[in-house]
Design a protein around this ligand. Sequence first.
Ligand code: SF4
Length: 258
Amino acid sequence: MAAAPRSTPPDVPACDVAIPAALRTRARAIERRLRRAQPDPKVELDHADAWQLLVATILAARSNDRTINKITPTLHARWPTPAALARAPQAAVEAVVKPSGFFRTKAQALRRTAAAVVADFGGQVPRTMAELCTLPGVGRKTANVLIASGFGEGGGIIVDLHVTRLVARLGLVHDDDAVRIEALMCAVLPPRHWALAGHRMVLHGRHVCTARKPRCSRCPLAELCPSAAQAPAGRWTERAAWEQVVTESRGQVDPTAG
Ligand code: SF4
């Protein structure tokens, strides 16, 4: 029997579809396995505080974290505070962020966001979903990244392209609307797991369930996944241990390679 949609805290989009009990059970089993595979997931954008993570997350749109991690040290050294970045000339910021792609738009978004942080929040990055989403260039995904990384409160589940692809392959949600995906995932998972479940799904999508070549035989979710293309190797706990090494090394170490 389908369970009725449940009420959600105000910062999380409401789910207006009935969720079959079997789907809820499977989603929770998936989340438990990902928790085993990634006990302490961390965002892969280097940062020292909320402002640096906000900058890096805006820059990371349609780019990759490795590229952004090469850009941000220079950016933060030249303009270390929101006030400094708000005053920076557009052309100078563009030159620094150029390798991230879409550099004109991103430079403008960074300067406008910096100006808003100064004007509206006294130079401090706000902590709530509602306040974060008033900043130019900040939507639910960016706000959820900050909140899930410990710089805020009241968020839901991060949904990016990795998560969108992963939940579709897992047969949990087939949708291209990030808010509807977040609403459904928040409806099936307990709130205490929302923040890290998002981080874990992002990292699983980045390092295991990759867009072009998902590593199904190594995936700890294989028995729970209708899209598994290969038979799983060994026990799921062994595959979870493999995923832990891969994700904690940011994809640099693969215990099965060589
Ligand atoms: S079994 Fe394959 S398709 Fe399914 S989640 Fe794992 S890597 Fe992705």
